[in-house]
Write a protein that binds this ligand. Structure first.
Ligand code: C2E
Ligand code: CA
Ligand code: CA
Length: 524
């Protein structure tokens, strides 16, 4: 912009000099042809004509012309500057993302194509980065916080990638980092690690502190003939490969990854159909009173019964449902199906259902939950909501409101997977849970791991002091059960008592409560 202005100023000076030159030349011409004497003579001989006015006019004319022209030139120049500035702004907008100011998809594709033309001489690394659970942050904490987070990500990414890199935002929470003249092997790995580690620290935004893990896919191109479409699709596939592992970090592109990312996209489409068709069904796993061995209720766990007869586990589709926002409809569908089953159970049996933190932003959550229960004639007191202890529940106020709303309706709320998130104690202190479920990772090697024993014992007494009931997950052996009874834990859940199963209650009651043997899952 500065350059354009300087050019225009130079041109204005040039024009001014030309105009003054012409005016001066005109004046000189008048003088040289003795035009003034001629006019004076003419005026003397025609005194009655009062030619002195004409004379003055003639003398003033070049000066007036010069001033007028100078002003016109100035006006034209400023119009031109305004037009050029508007064009530049439009260009900037067409090629840049307005929120972060980074180059946009169109721009980065041009850049990639430019660099790839020379890739055989100067290799290029293209990295695709996607924030994990960004939608949840956006929904949970609001768009303003989401925007602040994206700006923070843009800044952090630009800093971590170094001055040679081109960082761009493709849209949503997807960013691309382009490394021209990319290093190979270990050096590239170190660079990617450095960028990935930039996301380890939470982002301190104006109103909240947010952790934003990222999945990064990297493709390294050192041959000619690859274009931006291919490079981006490879980086995208590698990024999905990283997401499929369910963790933050990075992966390099390998052959076959593109098919996997296409499969995920297909799964997304199929899931959208499967939910209204009730292909996602509730399975039930018993919850047992540890000291009496009596079944007190069941946890609803989602299973996808596909057309081809395959049954998919929640780990394969819940993250997709969360990422796409389909989790809300999935919850209602499961709750409705479960309510139809529960209405045939003895009234003392409760049932619990998992709630994703994304659903906190569903303004109809409580109303629709109550409506489904009332349509099936089930007292709200029989339902329990399980909320996973999730690093995302940073805005405690949102969680508090939902929990209070449920409790006001006599629906109990449990804190699930306790001990796996880092802000557990804060949640426990600030939110009014009824129950705490100790994560099964502490139970796996309970008898051999002293620190697991200490943790389970301490959590149990802490929870009891706070007036909370304690359920322990993942009980697989009587040894586990005996140890936990010794610690004073209240309820237990695990393969020892029953695997998740299709039918929950033998209507004749003879088999007692529990997953019906023919309906229970086989577990490897
Ligand atoms: P979760 O809520 O912690 O559920 C318990 C998980 O532990 C279940 O896995 C269950 O099958 C497994 N499990 C129970 N007892 C044992 C045991 O003795 N040993 C071992 N090794 N595992 C045991 P599942 O059904 O695969 O569900 C995984 C997770 O998916 C659930 O963990 C829950 O977080 C999520 N999930 C399942 N259904 C839903 C749903 O409808 N909505 C939401 N938002 N999440 C769901
Ligand atoms: Ca659960
Ligand atoms: Ca759990």
């Amino acid at each position: 912009m500065k350059k354009t202005k300087a050019k225009l100023a130079r041109a204005a000076w040039r024009d001014a000099i030309i105009i003054f030159g012409i005016s001066a030349a005109l004046l000189a011409y008048f003088i040289s042809v003795e035009a003034f004497e001629y006019v004076v003579e003419f005026s003397d001989s025609h005194e009655s004509w009062e030619l002195d006015e004409i004379l003055t006019l003639l003398m003033v004319l070049p000066a007036a012309l010069a001033i007028f022209s100078w002003r016109r030139v100035k006006e034209t120049r400023s119009e031109l500057i305004a037009r050029i500035e508007a064009e530049n702004r439009a260009q900037q907008m067409a090629l840049h993302d307005p929120l972060t100011g980074l180059p946009n998809r169109r721009h980065i594709k041009q850049e990639i194509d430019k660099l790839l033309a020379d890739a055989d001489r100067s290799p290029v690394a293209v990295m695709m980065l996607d924030l994990n659970r960004f939608k949840a942050t956006n929904d949970l904490l609001g768009h303003l916080v989401g925007d602040q987070l994206l700006i923070g990500v843009a800044e952090r990414l630009t800093e971590a990638s170094g001055p040679q890199a081109v960082v761009s935002r493709l849209g949503g929470d997807e960013f691309v980092v382009l490394l021209p003249d990319a290093p190979k092997g270990e050096a590239l790995l170190a660079k990617v690690e450095q960028i990935s580690e930039a996301f380890d620290k939470p982002f301190e935004l104006e109103s909240s502190i947010v952790s934003a893990g990222a999945s990064i896919g990297v493709t390294f191109i050192d041959t000619a003939g690859v274009n931006s479409e291919i490079a981006l699709s490879q980086a995208d596939a590698a990024m999905y490969g990283c997401k499929a592992k369910g963790s933050n970090g990075f992966r390099f592109f390998e052959a076959g990854m593109e098919e996997a990312s296409i499969r995920r996209a297909e799964l997304e489409t199929q899931l959208a159909q499967a939910i209204p068709e009730n292909q996602i069904r509730p399975y039930y796993q018993p919850l047992v009173n540890l000291s009496t061995g009596e079944v007190v209720g069941f946890e609803v766990l989602a299973r996808w019964h596909r057309d081809d007869g395959e049954v998919r586990m929640p780990g394969e589709f819940i993250p997709i449902a969360e990422d796409t926002g389909m989790i809300c409809e999935l919850y209602y569908s499961l709750l409705r199906q479960a309510a139809e089953d529960v209405k045939h159970w003895p009234p003392e049996l409760s049932f619990s259902i998992n709630l994703s933190p994304i659903q906190f932003s569903d303004e109809w959550l409580i109303e629709r939950t109550l409506q489904i229960l009332s349509e099936a004639g089930i007292a709200p007191g029989r339902l329990e909501i399980e909320i996973t202890e999730n690093a995302l529940v940073k805005d405690v106020e949102v969680a508090r409101k939902v929990i209070e709303d449920f409790k006001r309706q006599r629906i109990r709320v449990a804190l699930d997977d306790f001990g796996t998130g880092y802000s557990s104690l804060r949640h426990l202190n600030e939110l009014e849970f009824d129950k705490l479920k100790i994560d099964r990772s502490f139970i796996r090697d309970l008898e051999f791991n002293e620190s697991s024993q200490t943790i389970v014992r301490t959590i149990t007494s802490l929870a009891h002091n706070l007036g909370l009931e304690v359920t322990v997950e993942g009980i697989e052996s009587t040894l586990n059960a005996d140890t936990l009874i010794g610690y004073g834990c209240d309820l237990g859940q695990g393969y020892l008592y029953g695997k998740p199963g299709k039918a929950t209650f033998a209507h004749d009651g003879k088999d007692g409560y529990g997953a019906r043997k023919d309906g229970a899952e086989k577990v490897a």
